[in-house]
Design a binder for this molecule. Sequence first.
Ligand SMILES: Cc1cc2nc3c(=O)[nH]c(=O)nc-3n(C[C@H](O)[C@H](O)[C@H](O)COP(=O)(O)OP(=O)(O)OC[C@H]3O[C@@H](n4cnc5c(N)ncnc54)[C@H](O)[C@@H]3O)c2cc1C
Length: 200
Amino acid sequence: MAAPTLARTAVVVGSSVAGVRTARALRTEGFDGRVVLVGEENELPYDKPPLSKQFLDGRWDDARVRLLTAEAAAEADIELALGVAAQRLDVAAGAVVLADGRRLDYDVVVLATGAAARPSPWPVESGVYVVRTLADSRALAAQLLVDQPVVVVGGGFIGAEVAATARRLGRQVTVVDPLDAPVGRVVGAEIGSLFTDLHH
Ligand SMILES: Cc1cc2nc3c(=O)[nH]c(=O)nc-3n(C[C@H](O)[C@H](O)[C@H](O)COP(=O)(O)OP(=O)(O)OC[C@H]3O[C@@H](n4cnc5c(N)ncnc54)[C@H](O)[C@@H]3O)c2cc1C
């Protein structure tokens, strides 16, 4: 029987926490082939949790939210293909086809493309913001410095965090949600009411 062939190129699509951890784990677990990390945002990988908290209110800067610097990627021999989306997989040929026409041949491909926010039909110039990416959080952070009332649609964790951050910055905030209590869907009405008191 032929010996199993060793994977030589691993392409990881998605440059957020799952993609970065996978690329790094390949190295720490001894994979010595080529590792390519593909991300559609033109940003070095960053962590999302601070985007509704410490980054949004200005306590943390860009450097603090990075998951991987260019230097750390080079040191771990992880190639970065950022600012370009993976458009399709050519499974028969074993290639990831990028939006700019490049093809990345792979032996192993990992899809770590996560989730996207429900798209807003309104541009930020209209005063409507979505919070999912670093660019979203930057834009909202700038707007929260202006003394204007804020309406947060959605009282889940991220909505409640944005509301608390806006309050900390001195804004007048209204949270709109079909449930009586923020994060009530996850923690139930009783604990949710504690969050309501906290936000008041
Ligand atoms: C504002 C905010 C606050 C949060 N706070 C918390 C918290 O306090 N605690 C907690 O546990 N979780 C929190 N989360 C959730 C947490 O950030 C996510 O669970 C985590 O980011 C998921 O990581 P992921 O790598 O699976 O996917 P994602 O972070 O969704 O990343 C997917 C990546 O894939 C890229 N991508 C998608 N399609 C393509 C493509 N075709 N080609 C190339 N790249 C592509 C995207 O651009 C993105 O960079 C928060 C999320 C947000 C948005």
